[in-house]
Design a protein around this ligand. Structure first.
Ligand code: SAM
Ligand code: SF4
Length: 326
């Protein structure tokens, strides 16, 4: 098992399979890439990289994009990952194409789905995503539920747009036995002025959940709190601003569609894996690339003073050597 210089374990690989998207969300961070390069990895190459990750005990795979369901071979990618018998295979999707794909994805071995659902209001949905797609997403959620795939609803909080919808989301999630994840907007790739306009702290929701929940547990990734409600619904809150533990409990690295393995969403450097894949596979080269990228990992908010440029100049931080580790 790999540990980085801050004693943080590495167990999760986030695989972005395409830059393409059928939506144009106002908040999109594009997985931390401000540019795109068209030479996308094949399903086979993704499988080879995942097999090397698995050999290093990285055995949680999250598929993302762009919009992963736009890839015609997305079912094949999932089936390829399943052959490795990892602990977890999940996907984050906008859900627009889920109605038809839920069945094939489930049969191929997908274990759970995160569906981005920024609002339950049709007009707001169109305004946020650029697509009049709410009805399609709701049909997609029905389909996923009918295949008994566990669902998490991802809701990026947007000031004055959806930050007052949390009670509706809690009622909605119960119908599909879904987990809810409220995510504070992250200032990645998007314009700083837009970030300042749209950022809504999760504090109001946290106060509400503290009152109505029956218990609280912490997820290992980012030490995120998960509130358990009386009706059994789980509500996770992804609060990064002012949260010193956030990066201390990060356990992943990220693969871009064109094969760059990078240590953190906040940076645009890493190691290009393509020379180890083409024309022939160099397994030792790939293994060393994982080891090197793991060594590049840093608890970003501790080293960079808790994103102080966004937190009104609060530069309080803890010494890196005191970093809380898992
Ligand atoms: N297209 C898919 C989707 O929307 O779910 C996958 C790609 S999307 C970039 C991955 C996740 O990042 C989604 O859950 C989305 O809500 C979240 N996300 C996008 N931009 C964000 C931002 N600026 N801050 C926080 N989360 C963001
Ligand atoms: Fe970005 Fe996902 Fe929205 Fe597409 S659907 S614009 S990838 S957040």
């Amino acid at each position: 098992m790999l540990y980085d210089r801050f004693n943080r374990v590495l167990k999760n690989l986030r695989i972005s399979v395409t830059y393409d998207c059928n939506f144009n969300c106002i908040y999109c961070h594009h997985e931390g890439w401000s540019y795109r390069d068209g030479d996308t990895l094949t399903a086979k190459e993704i499988g080879v990289i995942a097999s090397v990750a698995k050999s290093l005990e990285i055995d949680e795979f999250k598929i993302t994009g762009g919009e992963p369901l736009l890839r015609r071979d997305i079912v094949k990618i999932i089936a390829t990952l399943r052959e490795l018998k990892p602990r977890d295979i999940s996907m984050t999707t906008n859900g627009f194409l889920l109605e038809k794909l839920a069945g094939p994805l489930s049969e191929a071995g997908l274990m759970r789905l995160n569906i981005s659902l920024p609002t339950l209001n049709r007009e707001k949905y169109r305004m946020i995503t650029g697509v009049d797609g709410l009805e399609s997403i709701l049909r997609g959620i029905e389909a996923v539920y009918s295949y008994k795939l566990p669902i998490t609803l991802n809701i990026v909080l947007l000031k004055g747009i959806n930050d007052d919808e949390y009670r509706e989301f809690i009622d909605f999630a119960q119908r599909y036995e879904a987990k809810i994840r409220f995510i504070e907007l992250e200032p990645i790739v998007i314009d700083v002025k837009l970030f300042r306009k749209l950022y809504a702290p999760a504090n109001k929701i946290i106060d509400y959940l503290e009152k109505i929940s029956v218990s609280k547990i912490y997820r290992e990734l980012n030490h995120r709190p998960i509130y358990i409600l009386g009706n059994g619904t789980k509500v996770e809150v992804v609060k990064w601003l002012g949260n010193r533990y956030f990066c201390s409990y990060c356990n992943r690295v990220r693969l871009s569609p064109n094969g760059i393995l990078k240590p953190c969403i906040m940076v645009e450097y890493g190691v290009d894996l393509k020379p180890f894949l083409r024309p022939t596979v160099d397994f030792d080269g790939l293994r060393n690339a994982f080891i090197n990228v793991n060594q590049m990992r840093i608890p970003y908010n501790i080293v960079y003073h808790d994103f102080h440029e966004y937190s009104k100049g609060d530069t309080s931080s803890v010494d890196v050597s005191n970093s809380k580790c898992i």
